[in-house]
Design a protein around this ligand. Structure first.
Ligand code: AMP
Length: 171
């Protein structure tokens, strides 16, 4: 199934010059939605994943059903001040400025094999931050998995050393 047909290009969102890949048509189509979940689970099938991490917020949409499909648990990585328990935090670069992501201190276990899931890989800064949080807690990054990859932005390079897989790639 060609999932690229279910992505809507929205020019100049959220700011001029960005072409936003809107996943709403994919989420609205039950066959495309199922294909994306099953596709991600298939990409992870050889990674011996023991926990799925989803990055707020669109990473939650895909991460939870993929975790169910694999029969493992799910851990959210969230924007600052959202998680109620003790957290670890990492700062990362955005195109303009900086942002932070947080994880619960007991969100993953030392030695656990963790898959990081988000809807889209652009420059890789967000996913890289999630790998830093994962490794900071002593867990092992089994790979980073995306529905969409904007290959021309070089995110894969930023995640160098980790397995990086995506269902739809734009080069
Ligand atoms: P990056 O850290 O540059 O890899 O950006 C990835 C994060 O920003 C993901 O959580 C995406 O949902 C979002 N994102 C960045 N660029 C786009 C885009 N062109 N279309 C849709 N989402 C994007």
């Amino acid at each position: 199934m060609d999932l690229s047909k279910f992505l809507r290009d929205v020019p100049d969102f959220p700011k001029p010059g960005i072409v936003f890949k809107d996943i709403s048509p994919l989420l609205a189509d039950p066959r495309a939605l199922r294909a994306s979940i099953e596709g991600l689970a298939e990409l992870m099938s050889k990674a011996r994943v023991e926990r799925v991490i989803g990055i707020e917020s669109r990473g939650f949409i895909f991460g939870v059903p993929v975790a169910l499909e694999l029969g493992v648990g799910f851990t959210p990585v969230r924007k600052p001040k959202k998680l109620p328990w003790k957290t670890r935090s990492v700062e990362y670069d955005l195109e303009y400025g900086k942002d932070r992501l947080e994880i619960h201190e007991d969100g993953v276990e030392p030695g656990q094999r963790v898959a990081i899931v988000d809807d889209l890989l652009a420059t890789g800064g967000t996913a890289k931050a999630a790998t830093v949080l994962t490794q900071g807690l002593g867990a092992v990054v089994a790979g980073c998995f995306f529905v969409v990859e904007l290959g021309f932005l070089g995110g894969r390079k930023k995640l160098g050393g980790h397995v990086v897989e995506s269902l739809v790639r734009f080069d």
